[in-house]
Design a protein around this ligand. Structure first.
Ligand SMILES: *Cc1c(COP(=O)(O)O)cnc(C)c1O
Length: 481
């Protein structure tokens, strides 16, 4: 192909684009209808690498430059989130319009580090952030930004917490004081990772024990705080999980907020998964007290049908959104001290160049309205509750705790004296190899549990019943072996 004219050919793009859209539409149709019967066809890493080499070699020789055929090969080894048997980690089957928004954003490539490099994208981000903050119950002065994932979002929010509450100016003088935060033992690992990245070491995360439903035992906060202080740590924050990752249960945000107020601590809510409850009229009470947080992180890609990564970081007091990275970069900005200028987004986020994350969310809102978020969260939580009811009624199954969100943790517990950890591991392995369902596992209190996230609104009781029967069949067959 002649460079650059033929490489940037709009004619070829029209043909390829039409074929790729057709492929995506068929993939979605076949997954939802069950015509595509497998959620995933797993293979080992060595085979996967060999296949990639084959795709590469064949595409190179292909005169027709058939991108759709390449994607079709890739689809054979992809995990199919639109399939109702997908019950794995927390991620949404994206809405088609949101995928189109990703495509358009990728074409525009408006970096948005500075306003001029993405006027529309920057203003759209502002729109999305402001409307989310309002939905969460924050005052007009709340502010924030979008970033690449809950992990980075939590780190960014905790840097602000440090800026607000630590006595040392660590940004200028480095870490001299031993600093720590309080968080439940069920928190996502990224909270621990954030503390270590900030230079606090292992002791920087003080774990608060959980109750039977795996939510923070808030009565233990006081003693943990006193013990941490007695050992010389400057505690600056409490992190609430809304919800926790493993069991999907919600910490008592009102109680944690009251504790933080009493002790002048920053209250951060890791709502990566469950802060989206605010959109559901039926389930918004799950995050009662969310508006009392100093900062909240929420992923759009977990419950809100948005392609990853799309994460909001919201601050009750908007000024903290801009306080983290007060830093000069003359080639980007005239005056680094104007930190309250919301429209130069790179002042606020880790990213310099950033994709138009907000366009995906904005497109969903513009096309379907906020109601579609309510519909999805409500449907998924209800579905998980139905699944919980079925498991509760089954004598040979045990629930870790009754589901509060769309995450359901359980295990197969047939009568008799068996190694249930080993049995449930085997069950998962065999479920995966049949490919009809995709489920994951976790460890709670040193025991192995099967873990599911109802991510797909097309998943219903017939699928849950099939899964239960399948687990029972595999489990019992393993007992006989
Ligand atoms: C998923 C999750 C995270 C991590 O978010 P990513 O978007 O995957 O980086 C953090 N905290 C909680 C509670 C989560 O559920």
């Amino acid at each position: 192909m002649k460079f650059p004219e033929e490489v940037y050919s709009s004619k070829r793009f029209r043909e390829q684009g039409a074929a790729v859209i057709e492929l995506i539409a068929s993939c979605m149709e076949d997954s939802i209808s069950g015509k595509q019967d497998k959620v995933v066809e797993l293979t080992d890493p060595v085979t996967a690498m060999r296949e990639v080499q084959q795709w590469f070699d064949r595409s190179k020789l292909d005169e027709s430059k058939d991108v759709a055929r390449l994607f079709s090969d890739i689809y054979q080894r992809a995990i199919r989130l639109h399939h109702p048997g997908y019950l794995g980690h927390q991620i949404s089957p994206p809405l088609p319009e949101a995928a189109l928004a990703s495509l358009f954003s990728d074409f525009l490539n408006n970096g948005m580090g500075v306003f001029e490099m993405g006027v529309a994208g920057t203003a759209i981000e502002r729109f999305v952030v402001k409307s989310l903050a309002q939905k969460m119950g924050f005052p007009d002065s709340a502010d924030g930004f979008l970033t690449s994932g809950g992990t980075l979002g939590n780190l960014t929010a905790l840097l602000a917490a440090r800026r607000a509450k630590a006595t040392d100016d660590i940004w200028e003088s480095g870490v001299h004081q031993k600093t720590a935060l309080l968080v439940s033992s069920q928190a996502h690992y990224c909270v621990d990772r954030s503390a270590r990245i900030m230079g606090w070491g292992a002791e920087g995360v003080v774990k608060v024990p959980v109750k039977q439903d795996f939510t923070m035992d808030v009565l233990q906060l006081e003693s943990r705080l006193q013990a941490a202080r007695a050992s010389g740590l400057e505690v600056i924050a409490v992190v609430g999980s809304a919800c926790s990752t493993a069991t999907g249960t919600f910490d008592d945000l009102e109680e944690i907020a009251a504790f933080c107020r009493r002790h002048d601590l920053w209250f951060h809510v890791d709502g990566s998964h469950g802060a989206a409850s605010v959109y559901s009229k039926e389930y918004a009470s799950r995050v009662k007290g969310l508006h009392l947080a100093d900062s909240v992180v929420m992923d759009f890609h977990k419950l809100l049908m948005t392609p990853a990564l799309a994460t909001a970081v919201i601050f009750k007091e908007g000024r903290w959104a801009a306080a983290n990275f007060a830093q000069k970069a003359e080639y980007l900005w005239d005056d680094a001290n104007h930190v309250d200028e919301w429209h130069d987004l790179a002042k606020r986020t880790f990213e310099c160049t950033k994709s138009m994350i907000a366009l995906k969310v904005f497109t969903i809102l513009a096309v379907h309205g906020e109601q579609v978020f309510d519909d999805n969260v409500t449907a998924l939580y209800r579905s998980a509750r139905d699944f919980g009811d079925l498991l509760k009624a089954a004598e040979d199954f045990e629930l870790a705790t009754f589901p509060q969100s769309n995450i359901v943790c359980f295990r197969f517990t047939p009568k008799g004296d068996h190694d249930l950890d080993l049995l449930n591991r085997k069950v998962r392995e065999e479920i995966l190899s049949t490919g009809e369902f995709y489920i994951v596992q976790t460890i709670l209190e040193d025991r192995v549990w099967l873990r599911t996230t109802v991510a797909n609104p097309f998943t219903g009781n017939s699928h849950f019943e099939n899964l239960i029967n399948e687990i029972r069949r595999i489990g019992n067959a393993n007992l006989r072996d």
